[in-house]
Every structure is written in C-alpha cells, then in structure tokens.
Design a protein around this ligand. Structure first.
Ligand code: SF4
Length: 318
C-alpha cells in the first residue's frame, strides 16, 4: 500500500449562527508505504492522527485529499465490485474489543458475519471455518455459542482477531489492539498476532501509543506528531539511533526492567497543541528542547538520512 499526501480535515462550525468554519487538521499531508509481509508500527500521543489514518485506510473515513494505492491500484478509481473485493482484503482490529462486538450476536455469528457478507462458502463450511478460526486464535469450539459479555478482555480481542482474519485479508490495520488489555494479556495477544502473521502471510499496520508496544512486532516504525509523520525508519535503526527530538523523548519514556539501571528521561513541556490551530513552522517547536529560530518559521522537509531512515527536522538540514 502506498499513501501519498494524505489529508483528513474535520469541519467544525462555531459562532452564534454557525457562521464560522474551522478545521481540525487530524492528518495533514502524510506519505508512506506499507510493504507486503511487514509490520509497520505507527506511534504517537493521543490526537496525533494515527487512528484517523488507520480508519481512512480501511475506508471507514473518506480522506480530504491524497491518494491511496493498494497493489498498484488507486482506491479512488475502483469500481463498486473492486471496492468490495478491496474491503475484504483490508481488515481492522479495533482498540476496544467489547465495543467492537455486537452484544446480541453469538461469537460464532460474529466471526461468520464477514464471510456471509462476502458470500464465502455455504452454511456447513462456514461452521467448520468458524471452529477452525476459534482454534487458530486459542479459543475452544464451545465458545461459539456464547455471547461477548461472557468473555474476558483478552478473549474478546481474540474474537476480534478471528473475525478480521476470517476473510483471508492481505492487510490488517491493528488500531491499538492491546491498549485496553492488562500487561500480561498484551504479550499473549501480541504473540498471537505475530504467529498468525507467519501462518497467513499477513501485513500489519500496527497503531500504538508508545514505542515499547511496537518494539518486538514491527519491522519499521513511523512516528506521528500533530497530524504529521516526523520520523520513519527500520526498527533496529529507530530504537538504536533515532534522530527526531520527539522520537527521542518517546524512547526515553520506555521503562527499563532493571532496578540498577537508570535511563535519562526527556520530559517534554506542555501539552500537545490543538490540531485546529497548529503551531507555525515545525509543529513540535513549542515543546522541543532543541528548538531553533528557523523551527518557528519554516516547516521541515522529510530528509533521507539513509536508505531506510527519514526524518523531518531542521537539525539535519545540510
Ligand atoms: Fe525541534 Fe526544530 Fe527539529 Fe522541530 S525542526 S524537532 S523544533 S529542532
């Protein structure tokens, strides 16, 4: 998948007679690729636009501007039939496993629904496939007739994963799939996603708050701040020698599981500014410990530091 100059602005009306129009610039001109078979981690604070990006990719939101190419085809130019095929190939796992499952449907019906909608197999085969999928995600066959409220958070997320892989997609957008789970369960779900990727040759866009969650699952990581991608690199490069001050601050926030080792934490000042009225120049300049005069006036371009490392920061303008 190739994403080019993608923008998503939400319109907000204000004033006594709704006569003033403003825009929430949730995603503001981002470009990146997701390669076949890889996991691309997308990380940033709440409100940076990462979930909005994920929802655009699965066609839950329409972009304001920009192009999305999937397997070489521009999504905007697809026929209705091709769009249906595309929606089968790109699935999503949501953050809240409870809110994303219909409480009135049994687990079996929830998992079978995408196959029914896409007219895959007859009723008997569907039943077999549901049992198979339950086994794939570590649930038992008797869970098929139960309802979502009878499950724990981790089990519900397993159901969400089974539903996503039921139609054999090529790409899955994992929208913070472990954020709502206990830490011990997070590891189980991450391991499950990793195993399924190997088994079914899946490609993931893995959205998360912090760099610690995506560390072990991602081949490459992109960091977003206030609607922009500020750095994107191979995982080993990013975790060893990230260059953007925001990525460095996020990395310093990862806890070190050794009481004798002390990391140097970079504390950012203030809150993330409003996406309605983002700061001029570099959007991070109001919180950046390395801010220079040029940062307040000129927006930094994406700079190629090496083949697999791109950063948007004036510190690397040569
Ligand atoms: Fe900081 Fe300037 Fe780089 Fe922005 S461009 S991250 S303000 S040094």
């Amino acid at each position: 998948m190739s994403i080019k100059n993608l923008k998503k602005y939400f319109t907000i009306q204000s004033g006594l007679f709704n006569n003033s129009t403003n825009y929430v610039r949730a995603v503001d001109d981002i470009s990146f690729n997701i390669y076949k078979g890889e996991t691309l981690g997308l990380v940033g604070e709440s409100g940076c636009g990462k979930s909005t990006t994920g929802k655009i990719l699965v066609n839950l939101l329409k972009p304001t501007e920009g192009e999305i190419l999937f397997c070489g085809k521009n999504i905007k130019e697809l026929t209705k039939k091709d769009r249906r095929k595309l929606s089968k190939n790109i699935q999503i796992i949501f953050q809240d496993p409870y809110a994303s499952l219909n409480p009135r449907m049994t687990i079996g019906d929830i998992i079978a629904e995408p196959m029914r909608v896409n007219k895959i197999d007859n009723k008997d085969n569907l039943n077999k496939k549901v049992l198979n999928l339950l086994e794939c995600v570590g649930l038992a066959s008797y869970h098929k007739d139960r309802y979502p409220h009878e499950f724990s958070g981790g089990q519900r997320q397993r159901v969400g994963i089974a539903r996503a892989i039921s139609v054999s997609p090529k790409l899955i957008v994992c929208d913070e799939p472990v954020s709502a789970l206990d830490v011990s369960i997070q590891a189980q779900v991450l391991n499950l996603l990793y195993d399924l990727q190997r088994e079914f040759h899946l490609t993931y866009l893995f959205i998360a708050h912090g760099l610690n969650v995506v560390k072990h699952i991602s081949n490459r990581v992109g960091v977003m701040y206030l609607g922009k991608i500020v750095e994107i690199a191979d995982s080993d490069i990013l975790y060893k020698s990230c260059k953007h001050p925001y990525t460095q601050a996020l990395l310093s926030a990862i806890p070190i599981p050794d009481p004798n080792m002390k990391g140097k934490r970079i504390l950012l000042k203030g809150d993330i500014p409003s996406p309605i009225n983002p700061p001029s120049g570099c959007r991070f300049h109001t919180r950046c410990p390395k801010c220079m005069n040029i940062c307040k006036e000129k927006q930094p371009n994406m700079i190629n530091l090496s083949k697999n490392h791109v950063v948007a920061c004036h510190l690397y303008d040569y």
